[in-house]
Design a protein around this ligand. Structure first.
Ligand SMILES: *[C@@H]1O[C@H](CO)[C@@H](O)[C@H](O)[C@H]1NC(C)=O
Ligand SMILES: *[C@@H]1O[C@H](CO)[C@@H](O)[C@H](O)[C@H]1NC(C)=O
Ligand SMILES: *[C@@H]1O[C@H](CO)[C@@H](O)[C@H](O)[C@H]1NC(C)=O
Ligand SMILES: *[C@@H]1O[C@H](CO)[C@@H](O)[C@H](O)[C@H]1NC(C)=O
Length: 495
């Protein structure tokens, strides 16, 4: 039951993020956050009637040592009010969960802090003086420890003493919590962990290789820190989420990532990773989201076998390869391959991905014509093909252009033109603004030249021969190169 609930939560969050991704056009940092709360922990405060427990003579139900520890932890976060509560497990504040043992003594299993949302009002922390009290180690039944935005103005390392909770702790979330310094090795002592979330701190140093010891880890989120070094080998067979985005990680993607067969979300975006995408990744048949954008990865791009993939985001890696693959990616909805120095044609195989909603191929050197069958993608709501070397007639009709309107971007492809008889020019500012003119009637090889400006006329045409493998990823240079290859095309077709 708990397992199913968790899965549903995951899928729900995932749907939300897909919608988010589509909504935000995936152009800025896409931080696909999945918080997997440990809802599997039964809470007597919710699930069990509050009457019927035998009350001990002194009126206490919570184990006294744990009660004292909770007081310490609450005081350390500026929540002194809690020390007036005679029995913390019966205090009924959000953020504490307890379980009774067979003698009806309550044990604290979960503590949470921070205003996550309006309806989960965990105790907030005083950010100027909060710290994590070492009394958490006096809670021998603790499964979940959750701190959100607690220590912001009082930056501290992640306490090494957390490693002492290795017997029980399953969820450790220290999110946007103001931690600095390295991830302490002792965290790897938490071998029962399922969720480790240290997102949004200022952690530096490397990702501890010892995390590999946590074989039941389902979600590892170390995104939004300043971690350096390369990604260590991880081998948890149940890892669903690996999110290391927005760090300073270098080196190549380890082959061993292909052995994480349960992965659903892999986000390594906005790091400094190099090398090519390892072929082993094609074995990740459960992967739903793959985001490797804004690294220094090189080609070739040989993705296949990712049969569950719904979002593929590789933007901003200068791969310099042709567009290929996509075989079997029947669920793909979001494809973002902008600014990758891609060459050659848009493959017809792309038009077989019937669920595509968002396609960004802009800022490359793609040539040839736009595949006619693209218009048969009924869910397509956003298409960017601008800043390429595409030629020929835009094969879209009034319906599709009307549906996408400003989300159809075709500008800076000097070989594109549209059919004056298609009748869509009336409402099509999008196309008209893009500098695309009518196709000349008659010879299909003739191109429109009416909008060709000579702004870049100084660009030496001899360099177009080598323009397909630029060594820099500067957007401006790529635009110039794209312009140069369309200029070459104009020259060729007019002779
Ligand atoms: C309350 O009673 C329990 C069990 O009888 C005992 O273990 C605990 O020490 C008592 N607590 C206090 C504060 O006297
Ligand atoms: C690691 O966890 C064990 C219990 O699982 C504990 O006895 C030991 O002290 C912990 N070590 C560190 C360094 O936290
Ligand atoms: C981490 O940052 C601190 C300053 O916040 C610095 O003193 C320390 O050397 C850094 N460590 C590494 C491994 O970069
Ligand atoms: C596209 O560019 C490649 C070189 O990158 C060239 O070999 C090919 O002929 C071009 N195709 C078209 C249709 O212009």
């Amino acid at each position: 039951m708990a397992g199913r609930k968790k899965k549903n939560n995951f899928l729900l969050s995932f749907l939300t993020l897909i919608i988010l991704a589509a909504g935000l056009l995936v152009q800025i940092s896409t931080s696909f956050t999945v918080i997997m709360s440990d809802t599997g922990v039964p809470s007597p405060l919710i699930d069990v009637p509050q009457t019927g427990f035998s009350i001990t003579k002194n009126g206490s139900r919570t184990h006294p040592d744990e009660q004292a520890a909770v007081y310490d932890i609450m005081r350390a976060t500026g929540n002194d009010w809690a020390t007036d509560i005679p029995d913390v497990c019966r205090g009924r504040w959000h953020g504490i969960e307890c379980m009774p043992d067979k003698d009806n003594v309550f044990h604290v299993v979960s503590l949470s802090f921070g205003a996550l949302s309006d309806d989960t009002a965990f105790p907030t922390c005083d950010p100027t003086r909060s710290f994590i009290s070492s009394s958490v180690t006096k809670l021998p039944h603790l499964r979940t420890l959750f701190f959100y935005r607690c220590l912001g103005q009082n930056p501290q390392p992640v306490p090494a003493f957390l490693g002492l909770l290795g017997q029980t702790l399953q969820t450790l979330v220290l999110r946007d919590n103001g931690h600095v310094g390295p991830i302490p090795m002792q965290v790897a002592n938490l071998t029962k962990l399922r969720v480790l979330d240290l997102h949004g701190n200022n952690l530096n140093g490397s990702v501890p290789a010892q995390l590999n010891r946590i074989t039941g880890l389902r979600s590892l989120d170390l995104s939004g820190n300043r971690l350096t070094g390369s990604i260590p080998e991880l081998s948890s067979p149940v890892l669903n989420v690996l999110d290391l985005n927005q760090n300073h990680l270098t080196g190549s993607i380890p082959d061993s990532i292909g052995s994480l067969s349960a992965l659903k979300k892999l986000d390594l975006s906005r790091n400094r990773m190099s090398g090519s995408i390892p072929a082993s990744m094609n074995g990740l048949t459960n992967l739903v989201l793959l985001d490797l954008s804004y690294n220094h990865l090189s080609g070739p791009m040989m993705l296949k076998g990712l049969v569950s993939l719904e979002a593929l985001i590789l933007k901003g890696n200068p791969m310099g390869s042709t567009l290929q693959g996509f075989k079997g990616m029947k669920d793909l909805m979001i494809l973002v391959l902008s600014d990758m120095d891609l060459i050659g044609p848009i493959p017809g195989s792309l038009t077989k991905l019937a669920n595509l909603r968002v396609v960004h191929l802009d800022g490359n050197q793609l040539n040839g014509s736009i595949p006619e069958k693209l218009k048969e993608l009924n869910h397509l709501s956003e298409l960017r093909l601008n800043d390429n070397c595409l030629t020929g007639m835009v094969p879209f009709g009034r319906d599709l252009v009307w549906r996408m309107r400003r989300k159809l971007k075709l500008h800076n492809n000097n070989g594109l033109c549209y059919d004056p008889d298609s009748g869509f020019q009336d409402n099509l500012g999008a196309l008209l603004d893009s500098g695309i003119g009518y196709c000349s009637t008659g010879s299909s090889s003739s191109r429109t030249v009416q909008h060709a400006s000579n702004f870049y006329g100084w660009f030496p045409s001899s360099s177009t021969g080598s323009s397909h493998k630029p060594t820099t990823s500067s957007l401006t240079l790529r635009r110039i190169l794209a312009y140069a290859c369309s200029t070459l095309l104009l020259l060729l077709t007019s002779t």
